[in-house]
Design a protein around this ligand. Structure first.
Ligand code: PRX
Length: 676
């Protein structure tokens, strides 16, 4: 079965067609974009040969590779071996002890970097084309703040291994809080600020957090998003939390912050508890847990992906340096929110361990107008921009006049992450933003891999719009057929990583069985990514999309099961199924099919109340794009909903394919006839 989906704007954006055991790719993109000779001449890796040499070394002699590439990091004792054991429970850098913040902070204090900007921050509110607030935090200042907050956490009784939930927006304090946890060996769990009460509560309970760090509210597209109030409600049913530290962000014009006596304290009061109390870092083992980050899986319960210290640091450090060809004078802007893994690895840990300057912008790309990103680049002289295809497509739609009004000549490198980038968006990014001058690094990775696993390495390789390039150092991907044999060039299959990498997740918090089952059971002992992909005749990888019940909406993974459990929580809903359909802007849009209990009427107010239910339970970002009411859903005789038919219907295609296991054939006809 073959299909190419055409979008309204005339873009051709192919989506994989998936049957039970095969994937067919329809992308035929043969353009190649070479880096300029000037870029290549200055690049860290200057040729494909040089890349191949380093890559071979990383596989054949991982010890030599990782020792050399991490030699600038601070270890109290060096590792005695590089990798021990086998996946799913391999361990890295055995014998090493460290505190990761010494690599991100202390080591820079001994050099002139002490006075270098670690973070240049802009708040969202703007007046007359200028930000109302900007802040520059030097490495010296960042160290001081981290030491003080670490002292506060210690004074509040947080010790090594305790969990701290961070519900913060894009403010420098988010980085400070992450580093302060790491400073004392506590495990941070950053929860995306857009999550609703239930989602936040479940995450706090899952990890049994002792402390929550939040802010009163955040500015978002000119509105205020309440955060402390959400935390308060979540804590009504999350009893492990003893203390809440609150950062006042909104200012005096907004409602005063309600503090619960004995539990809540303001950021400034916390910092005063013991300002030098974090000076001595907790020295931990290489495999000590660093953070938990929740991500969507194919069952309703979010997975607490656990990353550990030395391996994660090594991956973040080395990938930032090479993938972005980082230089000391760069101003590096990764636009991701701190609540996603990209914000962890490429706003905080990777850049700071390399002594880079990061730009952090609090708000939305179109606040107060669609020119905001480009003004930021011009104002600060951003040199590397790392963003997501969904944002790029929004910029395209908003029009070239916005970037064209700004001087973007400081840019030298562009990056993309989060989903396959469609060639039209790639070429637009390259032409309109990069002026044909900046290589585009397409980076494939996951919350689980922690850091970049595949990349169109700038300088060394050419770009092919839509391809994520070649494996990063230490990574050995392959495309497997269902029987575990390697697919031929250009044959679609399942993307696996055959070798353990230092920054891979170690387990799912509190559920090692689910960890093994999710990642290592499809192919016993080999990591299965959940993605379909193909590899072309140049060895370039093309990711075709998720093959599990996980959608990628605007670069965020959303588990259909999680959406479904929110929808069936609605008192009028009998059954539902959530599926994705291609969307020009978001990559995928979320469609829910709903059958109501008897006696309830489908209509606009029912639709709105179902949408509200999802916003309330999960967050606005997961609000379905469409609700379709149906008398019945297509099911197998054993009662399993047949989503592939619903996907066809949602996409406006006729539902074809094998319907022999369908219980009631008339259901499909009715659903198709119901189209809006
Ligand atoms: O399907 C792949 C897609 O995003 C998934 C990982 O999502 P998440 O854990 O939320 O992490 C996003 C940021 C790293 C992958 O399984 N994906 C991510 N980057 C790319 C991509 N698909 C194609 N090309 C990419 N560059």
């Amino acid at each position: 079965m073959r299909a190419i989906l055409r979008f309204r704007a005339g873009l051709v954006y192919p989506r994989p067609r998936m049957s039970s055991d095969a994937l067919t790719s329809h992308l035929t993109e043969s353009r190649r974009f070479e880096p300029s000779p000037e870029f290549r001449a200055r690049a860290r890796v200057k040729s494909l040969d040089e890349y191949q040499r380093l890559y071979r070394e990383s596989l054949d002699d991982p010890r030599a590779f990782w020792e050399r590439e991490t030699s600038d990091l601070v270890f109290r004792t060096r590792a005695t071996s590089t990798c021990d054991g086998a996946p799913p429970h391999a361990r890295w850098f055995t014998g090493a002890t460290l505190n990761l913040t010494e690599s991100c902070l202390d080591r820079h204090l001994a050099t002139s970097d002490r006075h270098k900007a670690a973070i240049i921050w802009e708040g969202e509110p703007e007046a007359g084309g200028r930000p109302v607030e900007t802040r520059t935090v030097t490495y010296g200042e960042l160290h001081r703040e981290v030491v003080a907050l670490a002292g506060a956490l210690r004074a509040l009784g947080v010790t090594k291994g305790d969990r701290v939930i961070l519900d913060l927006g894009l403010v420098p304090e988010a980085a400070i809080a992450m580093l302060a946890c790491a400073r004392i060996g506590a495990v941070h769990g950053v929860v995306f600020g857009g999550f609703a009460v239930e989602a936040l509560r479940d995450r706090i309970n899952d990890c049994g957090a002792k402390v929550v760090i939040t802010q009163d509210g955040a500015f978002r597209r000119g509105n205020v998003v309440p955060m402390k109030a959400t935390v308060d409600r979540a804590l009504e049913e999350a009893k492990s939390v003893e203390k809440v530290i609150v950062l006042p962000r909104l200012g005096a014009a907004h409602a005063p912050i309600a503090l619960q006596p004995g539990r809540d304290l303001l950021w400034s009061d916390a910092l005063a508890l013991d300002p030098r109390g974090g000076a001595a870092p907790e020295i931990v083992d290489a495999e000590h847990p660093l953070f938990i980050l929740y991500t969507s899986g194919s069952t309703g319960k979010p997975k607490g992906v656990l990353h550990t210290t030395a391996g994660y640091l090594a991956g973040a450090h080395v990938s930032t340096r090479y993938a972005f060809d980082l230089r000391p004078e760069d101003l590096f802007w990764c636009t991701a929110d701190i609540g996603w893994v990209t914000g962890h690895s490429y706003v905080v840990y990777g850049p700071l361990s390399n002594g880079a300057t990061v730009l952090m912008y609090e708000g939305a790309p179109n606040a107060p107008d669609p020119g905001r990103f480009w003004r930021i680049i011009e104002r600060h002289g951003v040199t590397v921009l790392y963003t997501a295809p969904t944002a790029i497509r929004a910029f395209m739609r908003w029009g070239d006049q916005h970037p064209s009004a700004c001087d973007l000549s400081s840019l030298r490198l562009l990056g993309s992450v989060g989903e396959p980038i469609n060639p039209e968006a790639w070429v637009w990014y390259h032409t309109v933003i990069g002026k044909g001058r900046c290589p585009i690094v397409d980076t494939w990775w996951q919350t689980e891999t922690g850091t970049i696993m595949m990349v169109t390495l700038p300088g060394a390789t050419f770009g092919k719009p839509g391809s994520t390039g070649l494996p990063f150092f230490g990574v050995e991907p392959d495309i497997w057929r269902a029987d575990g044999s390697s697919a031929a060039p250009n044959e679609g299959g399942k993307l696996v990583l055959k070798r353990h990498h230092p920054s891979m997740l170690r387990t799912i918090w509190g559920d090692d069985e689910r960890y093994q089952k999710t990642y290592y059971s499809e192919f016993s002992g080999t990591y299965f990514t959940g993605d379909g992909a193909r590899r072309d005749e140049d060895g370039y990888y093309w990711v075709l999309g998720r093959i599990d019940d996980v959608l990628n909406i605007a670069g965020h993974r959303v588990g259909t099961a999680e959406i479904e459990s929110a929808v069936v929580g609605h008192p009028a809903v009998a059954e539902c199924a959530a599926v994705g359909r291609p969307d020009e802007l978001k990559g995928q849009a979320l469609v829910v099919f709903v059958t109501l209990k008897l006696g309830h009427d489908a209509g606009p107010s029912m639709r709105e109340s179902i949408l509200e239910q999802v916003s309330r339970d999960i967050g606005k970002f997961a609000r379905p794009d469409e609700v379709r009411f149906a008398d019945a859903l297509p099911k197998t005789r054993s009662g399993k909903i047949m989503r592939r038919f619903l996907k066809d219907i949602a996409a406006g295609r006729s539902a074809t394919g094998d319907a022999s296991t369908l219980e009631d054939l008339t259901v499909l006809a009715k659903l198709s006839a119901n189209e809006e």
